[in-house]
Design a protein around this ligand. Structure first.
Ligand code: ADP
Length: 429
């Protein structure tokens, strides 16, 4: 995070610095040119005034000037030049600034001198006698001055950039420090940025859920373990009669099985939470899957003397097989567990549009309307006293919901107390 913020500031500062440097160089350059233009203009205007009164002023006086001064007649012949011998000069009629002066009385140009091969700023103006006086400034002198100014600007910008980066790095550390020293065990005790409030609140909720989960897990495991321990103690102390040994061992075995099932469910929900589930999507034959589940639960169905009606279409769909298996298994198992003796279970599998529908209907004890939204919560069991009789951990539906949501599906519940419940699983194909 620190690196990213610093990188962003670095890139932004460098971009701003380069732009600032280019802009100031452009402004400095243009201002310098404007200044030189003024100098050559003023000089030329003064000379024009003098020459209009005294056309031979230049040839009479030996002018000492660091500006090049050229007098050109209307045919373009150079009459006077203080830098170059006029004999060496060709006709100047077609020079840009001369043409402009002939047409518009005055003319500027910035170009390489045909005579000296250096860059000049030229200003030419026409005299009363139609001759042209031209004043020029050697550009190299100008660029030397410019170079110094531009280097200065560059140095100032580099120094500012370094100061800005040092300050940013200090400020980033200062901003990050309270985040690094957050007390994550007690999120709401932190006095930190208001922007982090929401995150800390959700962390607090998460911590509480974790604590609650651990407490529930311990509680769920304690009951069968206490039974196992009690029965085992009886056996160890030789208190039980020989003829009871078998039934006590069976009880220990049943409790151990119950414990194993609970642990398996806890592992499943934890894996779903951590997204550590098998993520292999395969083609699932839903009819076969349901038949396999029913087969697994057949002894429980028989034990409760329940009637089973199946209406299964031949449907295949893409999904994570183990998760879909668990999701449907838990709901069918509930329709057996929470049914009434001699009750009925109807399972229907069909497809509508691009969705797979699995409807599991029982004639069991039903669920109170207010309880329906809560039955998918972890460890939630509708009637605690009744739940003591019917085996379960309250994790089955939480696992089913999680697994179906992972397939972008949903579970609907319709139930009436004492009449029965219908669970409808909808999974996109
Ligand atoms: P459990 O292990 O207790 O069965 P579940 O998560 O599968 O846990 O179900 C949560 C609770 O929802 C159950 O304890 C039960 O009270 C209620 N329930 C679930 N399915 C049915 C059903 N078909 N009929 C009546 N009650 C049900």
């Amino acid at each position: 995070m620190k690196k990213n913020i610093f990188k962003t500031i670095l890139i932004t500062s460098i971009t701003i610095s380069i732009s600032a440097f280019l802009m100031s160089s452009f402004i400095i350059y243009n201002q310098a040119i404007e200044k030189v233009k003024m100098v050559v203009f003023n000089h030329a205007s003064t000379l024009k005034e003098i020459l209009d009164n005294n056309p031979s002023y230049l040839t009479q006086n030996n002018l000492q000037s660091n500006l090049r001064i050229t007098l050109i007649d209307k045919e373009g012949f150079v009459l006077y030049d203080n830098f170059v011998d006029t004999k060496n000069l060709d006709n100047h009629l077609l020079r840009e600034e001369v043409q402009e002066a002939i047409n518009n009385k005055q003319g500027y140009s910035i170009r390489d001198s045909n005579t000296t091969n250096t860059k000049y700023i030229y200003f030419a103006t026409i005299l009363k006698n139609n001759n042209i006086i031209r004043v020029s400034y050697e550009f190299n002198t100008l660029s030397d001055n410019l170079k110094v100014q531009i280097i200065l600007v560059f140095l100032v910008i580099v120094i500012l950039l370094i100061i800005c980066l040092i300050f940013s790095s200090y400020k980033i550390n200062q901003i990050i420090k309270p985040i690094n020293t957050l007390d994550l065990q007690n999120p709401l005790n932190n006095k930190t940025y208001p922007e982090l409030r929401e995150l800390l609140e959700s962390l607090e909720t998460h911590n509480n859920l974790r604590k609650e989960f651990s407490a529930n897990v311990s509680h769920e495991l304690k009951t069968p373990l206490t039974s196992i321990s009690g029965y085992a103690e009886i056996m160890a102390n030789n208190i039980a009669k020989i003829e009871d040994h078998q039934s006590i061992s069976k009880k220990i075995y049943d409790e151990a099985q119950r414990l194993l099932e609970k642990i398996n469910n806890i592992i499943k929900i934890s894996k779903l939470d951590e997204n550590k589930v098998d993520t292999d999507f395969t083609q699932i034959n839903y009819k076969n899957l349901i038949l396999e589940i029913v087969n697994n639960l057949q002894s429980l169905i028989n034990k409760n003397n329940l009637k089973l009606e199946l209406e299964l279409e031949e449907i295949t769909g893409n999904g994570i097989s183990s998760l879909i298996f668990d999701a449907i298994y838990n709901i069918i198992q509930n329709s057996i567990k929470y049914n009434k003796p001699n009750g009925l279970i109807k399972i229907k599998l069909h497809q509508l549009d691009n969705n797979i529908y699995i409807r599991i209907k029982d004639t069991g004890i039903g669920i109170d309307k207010e309880e329906i939204p809560r039955i998918f919560e972890r460890f939630y069991r509708v009637d605690k006293s009744r739940s003591q009789i019917i085996e379960g951990s309250g994790l089955g539906l939480a696992i089913s919901k999680h697994a179906i949501l992972l397939h972008n599906g949903k579970i609907n519940v319709y139930s009436k107390i004492n009449e029965g419940s219908t669970f409808e699983i909808i999974i996109p194909k």
